[in-house]
Write a protein that binds this ligand. Structure first.
Ligand SMILES: [Zn+2]
Length: 865
């Protein structure tokens, strides 16, 4: 998982390599600072009068080298722009073994990076967050992933403070006012995986996976929320050991719930840190999505224990593979543990997000040369994680699961405790499968964008043969044909059906245009060009097939295929390849849809039509909402809001998806009123509402809420007994539409009332709130200096990405002007993407609004023709 990093182009020379760090930290939580002593055993390949290491915001008080018992004092100078310190010696250090001894001091910072301070319930804590390049804020070190070394950590803590680090505790010594906790040495680790957590944390009871003890650490009072996390960790670890064929490498496993944390979680070897919402759950009140997300993130981080920690990328350019592999692996592991959660259906929502981003002209290839850590940081997005995972999945499908695992095992054994590049994995997969992997993989990871596969029956072949053509897909209809030329080795999987059900045929389509033959079957009535939605591409079917597929929504197509069909159709509308009627007709035909993932997938596009295409408060917007309510309201009425005895998860999730459509998008008054009634019951008793309805009910009730309700939400945030409840009510403060509450929330955003980790999410929700968005933008521009200081750069990118919600073209100009005047280097691409989306939305509005009006007028009960 990512962190942010200041731009630094500096790379250390490789003729000085660390072998081991002996690190002693003395954090003073009350004073907000720490001291450190470190002895670095290093090997010099040649004599050196100067040694350069990474160090940022550290004050080095003393530095010397010890060579064979001789002490050599060092003079220290800092190169702040490079985040390095240089140790200069009166005469050169000889080649061979030397020990560098440094004493230093630094503040515990407030910015969720390096060694930082965090508070909860009036108690103080300190956590490390070192990826990508912030270990240099914890100790002077060789802060690049290829410099693996053993860490022997000791921490002096005060009375009442616990401490967790990567390795098991070796021994403890009492000292005045506290104790020194000494940890065993770690196996060789990259510096970005170093972990220390200090403060009044409490452990859960120990759970074992084989011989590995697993514990969850949390702030006091949350011990009853650890059961699901422990179970998910045990189940994931067991499956991962079995998959990789290598036992868990780090002796013990501590999972730490940090009350303020930048990323979702961080895969520190043996001591994984999480946001509380992703580790601490009350099974009785958490929604199924919250369960799934926590299990997925836990499995993701544990997959990194092998893929990333044990075998580490040589440099940040291969970071994508770390993340893509862990993302894919997590879905696989959780799907195996809880098949009823249908993890791969959930992945379809993520794939949709990656496809949308990758259709922009301002996308990027999964792989890019990375010169600096800032460039690596910029790449932490849906392309790296979700497109990467989709490509890994496509390669697994193409090779077969057995051969793929065989190759992964070869790769892990060959490079354990060392570093590797992506090419090493492709070679291992080729050895294990006997198939061509490097070329196929490289085409997908080194080319920006993805193919649109255009399919039509070959003339005169009775539907038995299909003409297949590929081009690069752009969301922008104005991209000229010359730029659309693109060729991928497409693993094309076609579902086709006739009288006797459906079958699947597989092809590798390499050429720009080709004809594929379906196997002999009794008859081909219809086909769908992306069976199981396994491929990372969009499909444009011929018009006859599009009509035939609408007739297959009931049984021919699986749920995930219906979801992909809706996603493709909407993308093709945006790209001006099919008229908006095609999408509206499809949604109309899905009115009786019973699958919650399909219903969930309609919400995003319908919201864009409502917020971006229809004019605010127009007849079209009213008719659109009436149509959505008429189409999906009856299903919600039939289900009712109360859970029937013995009701399945699928039904509960369908109800939640319908509430989102009819209440969230269509804002049907009856649903909003019912949400408010349910909220009152929920506030009185947290078990009065199905957990899956908690998010929509709390969010919808806020939309019509007054000052008194706002005050009530704030009380709930302060008194919340679970991290999920806290998050739910905190983010919903941004959904209130009373001007006074909007002003109040904006005034609170930069105060301690909102933890740093949540600032961006609150602001994004405010930008999505039609009544708050203009004031929020004004606030952003006026308070930018303070936001920039407080919020880590990676989160600023997310904020920039959210600006197209401002809708009007004049805002596009303002956003562009503002961020050109106040540049955020890590968000440079996010800005180009946001401006492109602004432009695409305006183009869609001009083109599709008249057709939308016509389509709705034909269905409106009040039409006057
Ligand atoms: Zn990760």
């Amino acid at each position: 998982m990512p962190s942010s990093a200041k731009p630094s182009r500096f790379r250390l020379p490789d003729d000085v390599r660390p072998v081991g760090y002996d690190l002693h930290l003395e954090p003073d939580l009350a004073a907000g600072r720490f001291r450190g002593d470190v002895r670095i055993a290093a090997r010099l390949e040649r004599p050196r009068a100067a040694v350069v290491l990474h160090a940022a915001d550290l004050r080095i008080e003393k530095a010397r080298a010890v060579v064979g018992g001789t002490e050599m004092p060092a003079r220290v100078s800092y190169q702040r722009a490079d985040e390095t310190a240089t140790l200069r010696f009166a005469r050169p250090l000889p080649a061979g073994e030397v020990t560098l001894v440094l004493r230093y001091a630094a503040p515990l910072n407030q910015h969720l990076r390096g060694f930082y301070a965090a508070g909860a319930d009036g108690r103080r804590y300190a956590f490390t967050q070192c990826e990508a390049a912030d270990a240099r804020r914890v100790l002077p070190c060789f802060d690049e992933p290829a410099f693996k070394a053993r860490f022997r950590v000791a921490v002096t803590v005060r009375e009442g403070e616990a401490v967790v680090s990567n390795a098991p505790i070796e021994r403890e010594e009492q000292v005045a006012g506290g104790r020194i906790v000494r940890f065993a040495p770690t196996p060789p680790l990259s510096s970005y995986l170093l972990a220390v957590a200090v403060g009044p944390l409490e452990p859960s009871p120990v759970r074992y996976c084989g011989a590995t003890p697993i514990r969850i650490w949390h702030v006091p009072g949350k011990g009853h929320l650890t059961e699901l996390g422990l179970e998910a960790a045990v189940e994931a670890l067991r499956r991962l050991e079995e998959y990789f064929g290598i036992p868990y490498p780090y002796g013990k496993l501590d999972l730490v719930a940090a009350p303020d944390f930048e990323a979702g979680a961080m895969e520190n070897a043996g001591a994984v840190f999480f946001r509380e919402t992703l580790l601490l759950l009350d099974p009785a009140t958490a929604s199924l999505n919250e369960h799934k997300r926590a299990a997925e993130v836990i499995a993701h981080e544990l997959a990194h224990m092998w893929y990333g920690d044990l075998v580490t990328m040589a440099w940040w350019d291969d970071l994508w593979l770390n993340e893509a592999f862990a993302t894919w692996m997590a879905y696989r592991v959780v799907d195996d543990w809880r098949p009823e959660w249908r993890m791969w259906h959930g992945f379809e929502h993520d794939r949709a997000g990656a496809l949308a981003l990758d259709a922009l002209a301002n996308t990027h290839p999964i792989y890019a040369v990375v010169r600096s850590v800032a460039e690596a940081t910029e790449n932490f997005d849906a392309i790296t994680y979700e497109k990467g995972a989709a490509v890994v999945r496509m390669i697994e499908h193409y090779l077969g699961a057995e051969d793929f695992r065989g190759g992964v095992r070869v790769y892990m054994r060959r490079h354990r405790e060392a570093n590797a590049v992506a090419g090493d994995l492709w070679r291992a997969l080729e050895e294990a499968s006997g198939k061509e992997v490097t070329r196929v993989a490289q085409a997908w990871i080194e080319t920006a964008g993805f193919p649109l596969v255009v399919i039509a029956p070959a003339p005169g072949r009775d539907g038995r043969a299909l003409r297949v053509r590929q081009e690069r897909f752009f969301a922008d209809p104005r991209v000229p044909a010359a730029r659309r030329r693109g060729r991928w080795p497409v693993p094309l999987v076609v579902r086709f059906g006739g009288d006797g059900g459906s079958e699947v045929a597989r092809f590798l389509v390499d050429r720009a245009a080709d004809t594929v033959e379906l196997p002999d079957a009794s008859g081909v009535d219809w086909y769908f060009g992306n069976a199981d939605a396994g491929g990372f591409y969009r499909v444009l079917h011929d018009p006859t097939t599009r009509a035939a597929l609408r007739a297959q929504l009931g049984e021919g197509l699986s749920a995930v295929e219906r979801l992909a069909l809706a996603g493709d159709t909407w993308a093709l509308v945006r790209a001006a390849r099919v008229p908006i009627d095609a999408f509206l007709d499809l949604v109309d035909a899905l009115g009786d849809e019973t699958d919650y993932d399909v219903l969930e997938g309609l919400g995003g596009p319908l919201d864009v039509i409502d917020q971006q295409v229809a004019a605010p408060d127009s007849t079209e917007q009213r008719r659109l909402r009436e149509w959505i309510a008429a189409r999906f309201g009856p299903a919600l009425d039939a289900l009712g809001w109360s859970v029937a005895p013995g009701e399945e998860d699928g039904t509960r999730l369908r109800r939640a998806a319908l509430v989102r459509l009819v209440g969230g998008v269509a804002e049907a008054p009856a649903v909003l009123a019912e949400a408010r009634r349910r909220l009152d019951a929920y506030l009185a008793d947290r078990h009065a509402l199905d957990p899956n309805l908690a998010d929509p009910v709390v969010g919808l009730a806020a939309r019509a809420g007054d000052e008194a309700l706002y005050a009530r939400y704030r009380e709930v945030v302060v008194a919340a007994t679970t991290p999920q409840e806290r998050r739910r009510f905190l983010l919903s403060l941004a959904s209130f539409r009373t001007p006074s509450t909007i002003r109040r929330l904006l005034a609170a955003v930069l105060t301690p009332e909102i933890p740093t980790q949540d600032v961006t999410f609150v602001l994004m929700r405010l930008l999505a709130n039609p009544v708050a968005r203009a004031d929020t933008w004004t606030f952003l521009t006026r308070r930018w200096a303070a936001i920039r200081r407080r919020v880590p750069p990676l989160m600023l990118s997310r904020l920039v990405e959210a600006t197209p919600a401002l809708r009007e073209t004049r805002y596009a100009r303002e956003v562009g002007r503002f961020f050109r005047a106040h540049p955020v280097p890590e968000a440079a691409r996010a800005l180009r993407q946001a401006l492109e989306v602004f432009r695409l939305n305006a183009e869609l509005r001009r083109r599709a609004a008249p057709a939308l009006a016509r389509w709705l007028a034909q269905r409106a009960p009040d039409r006057t023709t």
